[in-house]
Every structure is written in structure tokens, then in C-alpha cells.
Write a protein that binds this ligand. Sequence first.
Ligand code: IPD
Ligand code: CA
Length: 287
Amino acid sequence: MISPALPELPDGVTVTDLRDLAVRLATAAGVLVREGRPDRVVVAATKSSDVDPVTVMDRASEDLLREMIAAERPDDAILGEEGDDVAGTSGLTWVLDPIDGTVNYLYGVASWAVSVAVVAGPPEPASWTVLAGCVHSVADGRTWSAGLGEGATRDGVPVRVGTPTSLGSCLVGTGFGYDAARRAHQAQVLTQVLPKIRDIRRLGSAAIDLCLLADGSLDLYYERGLNPWDMAAGAVVASEAGAVVTGLRGGPATHAMTVAGPAELVAQLAEILEAADADGASSPEIG
Ligand code: IPD
Ligand code: CA
């Protein structure tokens, strides 16, 4: 994968600095969330549906991230899962998922992460350039990071996508949305995918899924319905590790669909997903 061209950065700013800050932010929030996790986590509110939870620690984690960004990069904008958008003047936007995998966090299942990325351009997946990102898997401490043109690492060691030889041998990560109609559609799509691959994994954190793809622990990944904060950091880690991160029908990765993996296998999976209308091109009402 050839990294996209590096956009002009504000004076004195480097991708390495931004990546270092993303790592510091994600690990600081990770300490807060790990130490603050009560024995019994309770749902503070629900968002898009009754099964889309937010906990007190989602909010505390995002508050800390916002405070640190305001102190270190006051001119940058912020787009976070749990708070209002903050406008900026630098052209850079921090894209924050304070706990990705909130359901796992709630139930004490290990796969959840703090995900921090910084993007140039409009903070939308179809048009942004992700400059740097960090996904910190708090329960086990694994930390993936990447900077545009710098490659990707896990705990400081360079990672690359795997080299599966056929779609039939691929372990594929995916996820399901919180909305019942979307889930029903995703279940139908799965009936078209599952017979053609090795197996499926639904681990519960899109950010970690993309990083597992980056280090060869998954072979492919696809999901409909990702929000910008679910994908920003994981996408730069995956693409800097050699993955194509894309949408269907020649389009970019968006809320409608994100497919990631080695180019040739992504093309084969995309063909199945397109035939199954996995991005809802023929059923946009499902969302
Ligand atoms: C969710 C997780 C999950 C994915 C959902 C996301 P949250 O994020 O990434 O794996 O399947 O689409 O919404 O709600 O835990 O931050
Ligand atoms: Ca998320």
C-alpha cells in the first residue's frame, strides 16, 4: 500500500510528533479507564438504541483526552464519540473513541480500547487524510500506532498484514451495529460470506479488529455502519501495515462499508459483499 500524499501541516508540526501525542493520549486515558473500572460497570445512558451503552468511564476518558488536547494543541479541532464537536483553526482534527468496545468493557470481556487519531481535511472518512493514530488495548496493554508514511507498530515493533493465499483460508473480522434493522441485514449478508471463508470473528471493537488485521492476527475485516471514531486510528494502522482500506463499488471506506486487508483478497471479498448489498446501496433506508 502506498501511503496517500502528506498534506501541508501547520508550521513546526511533524507526523512523528502527532503520532507520539496520539500514543500519550491513548495510554493516559487507558490508565484512567483501567483504574476507574468498578467491579460492576453500570450503563449511564444509551445512545442510538437500547443496546448502545455509554458508561461513566466513556465520558471521563473523553474528558481527559479533550483536556490534554486543549493544553497541548489548542488550535486543533476535536470530533469525539461522547461530546460536542470543537472547532479549530489549524486544519487538524483529533478523532476520539474514548472506549471502543463499550459492551465488552461493560461485561468484563478483554477486547476494548482507547482509539485516538488526528486527521487533516474535513473530519469525514470519505475525504480526510489520517495523519497518525494509536489504538491502546487497555486490558492487555497492547498498543498499535502508525504515522502516515512511517509504517505501523505494535508495542514499538513493526507490523505487516498477513499473506493468506486464498479467500477460503481467511479468518475475517466483522461487527454488527446497534440498530435492529441493520443487524438483520448484516445477518443476511453473513450467510453469503461465511461459507466462502475460514471463519468469522466478532470481537467487539472495530479499532482492535483493524489493528489485528494490521499485525496478521486477522486476514480480512469488513463492517457496515462504522462511525469516524471507530475507524480513524485503526485505518491508518492497517494501511501503514500494508492493507487496503476501502468501501464497495470503487468508493472510499465510509459509514456504509469499510473493507480492509491485502488488495487481492479485499477485491474478492468486496465482490461477495456487493452482490449481497452489504453497503445497503439498494436499501439505504436501513442506514
Ligand atoms: C462499536 C465497536 C463494535 C462495532 C460497532 C461499534 P463502541 O463501538 O467498535 O465492534 O461493531 O459498530 O459501534 O460503541 O463500542 O464504541
Ligand atoms: Ca466505537
